[in-house]
Design a protein around this ligand. Structure first.
Ligand code: BG6
Length: 479
């Protein structure tokens, strides 16, 4: 039976899309499973003046999109929700928030624990964190955890500045930077898979691996997020965070314990050994694309999307080759790619072994695929076949892997926040190295005029993505 947790959540951006699509449904699941029960309350804040009742109605309306539970349980749950109109720059408003949180803490006996959740525009992250500190919202007897959504900065300089502001108000150990990919089950299972499959782990290095491929492909376009995307592009939106963290999980040394500090240290060591690109190496290692209409001319091209400039040079596709200067991985290309409006949605890691792997009793040139989005339990494939049927037994799901227990990424991350477990969050050191790497690419691209659009919606992206691998005698496994 789940252990009940107690906390007051203060959600900045409580009327927003993220809160309604991800946070409230996840909190509701935790409520149904008993992890949240009697000792919690949620204060939603945003500028608009709403009543508690109206806020609760909006929460219930969102829940109905995801659940078909009886409305009574949704209503019971919504009684834990309160609304406070809030201007992030107004000190008085923080005092009001502090008083409300204290009152609810008494009412629900929430143990003086606070979760401050930044589901607002990134430009407010620093201001809010500073005010939480200066207006004395932090409690003395419980924990005070700050949760920050991405993007964490838009380059190394802005990330440093943001981090500086936040660090003045919260110690690093109380900061939970969300990368929702780290909440996905397959990503969380990878360390278990590695430590339970000796031969597989023994093969994960430059002696036996030819290359590793990470693909995060999406079939949707930018939808209603054109404005945000224009400031981001897929390099910042997916590579700096999700793709890097996936690589960190599969390629960092696998520690023998679940100790968060050790796990992060290993990841940080890996990222600090990223083989940096010189400006004149960018074009031969990274290529970009932007979607056009589809074959029939029916779909909107990126440049026709709402809030997108007609001559936008923002990339919606990226493919690249990343390398590391470590004893374990030097010489092994990590090919990465991500894009919008591709043929289908697929998130996967393909590990391509070489011929020498036969020494370990694994068939030469075997490809192991870890599917991040699970489909019918076929989430490890060997040469394209479910590992159970593949006739090679060097890799399988260990007993303790959480696979099949189906928790949403956000649900699992919120449990971690409530438990003080920082394993599945991004630490500052990691961000610093990855931003530094990404900045070189961004700067080089910003200085050149791309020939956009250059791929059809519904395709596999621009041809240059194929050529990138062909130059090294490799090819994409997912094609
Ligand atoms: C988000 C990006 O972080 O991840 C989106 O901002 C992207 O642009 C999304 O669509 C993809 O996440 P998932 O879990 O649907 O693969």
């Amino acid at each position: 039976m789940a252990t009940e947790k107690s906390a007051i959540f203060i959600i900045f951006g409580g009327s927003g899309d993220l809160a309604h699509r991800k946070l409230y449904p996840s909190l509701f699941r935790l409520y149904k499973s008993g992890i949240l029960k009697n000792h919690f309350a949620v204060i939603g804040t945003a500028r608009r003046p709403w009543s508690d009742d109206y806020f609760r109605e909006t929460v219930i309306t969102s829940l109905k999109d995801y659940f078909d539970d009886d409305e009574t349980i949704m209503e019971e749950f919504s009684k834990h929700f309160f609304y406070q109109s809030h201007d992030v720059n107004d000190s008085e408003h923080y005092i009001a928030l502090k008083n409300l949180a204290a009152k609810l803490d008494d009412q629900f006996e929430a143990g003086h624990n606070r979760v401050y959740y930044m589901a607002i525009a990134p430009r407010f992250f620093g201001t809010v964190a500073e005010h939480l500190n200066s207006e004395g919202l932090k409690t003395k007897d419980g924990y005070n955890r700050l949760v920050i959504e991405k993007p964490f900065g838009r380059d190394l300089d802005s990330a440093c500045e943001l981090n500086g502001n936040i660090a003045k108000a919260f110690p690093e150990d109380d900061i939970y930077r969300i990368d929702h990919y780290l909440g996905k089950e397959m990503i969380q299972d990878i360390p278990h898979i590695r430590s339970n499959n000796d031969k597989f782990e023994e093969a994960l290095n430059n002696k036996y691996v030819s290359n590793i491929q990470v693909t995060l492909a999406e079939s949707l376009g930018v939808e209603d997020r054109g404005g945000y995307y224009e400031t981001s592009g897929v390099l910042r939106d997916m590579v700096q965070n999700h793709i890097m963290q996936i690589i960190g999980t599969i390629a960092s040394d696998n520690p023998e314990s679940d100790d968060a500090k050790l796990i992060h240290q290993n990841k940080s060591d890996l990222f600090s050994s990223l083989k940096e690109l010189a400006p004149d190496e960018v074009d031969s290692n990274f290529i970009r694309g932007q979607y056009d209409t589809d074959k029939l001319g029916d779909a909107k091209a990126y440049r026709q999307e709402d809030n997108v400039a007609e001559d936008s040079n923002i990339e919606t596709f990226v493919a690249g080759k990343i390398e590391f200067n470590t004893k374990r991985w030097s010489g092994v290309p990590f090919y990465v790619r991500s894009g919008k409006r591709l043929q289908e949605k697929s998130s996967r890691i393909d590990i391509v072994f070489n011929e020498k792997v036969e020494e370990l009793g694994i068939r030469p040139n075997t490809v192991v695929t870890l599917l991040i989005e699970k489909e019918d339990g076929n989430s490890i494939l060997i040469n394209g076949i479910n590992y159970k049927d593949a006739g090679q037994d060097f890799i399988k799901f260990p007993e303790e892997a959480k696979f099949d227990k189906a928790r949403e990424a956000y649900e699992s991350l919120i449990i971690d926040i409530l438990s003080g477990n920082r394993v599945h969050f991004t630490l500052w050191d990691e961000l610093r190295s990855t931003w530094k790497y990404i900045d070189t690419i961004r700067e080089s691209w910003d200085a050149q005029q791309p020939d956009f659009p250059n791929y059809l919606s519904g395709s596999m992206g621009p041809d240059a993505a194929e050529m990138l691998l062909e130059r090294n005698g490799h090819s994409w496994i997912w094609d």
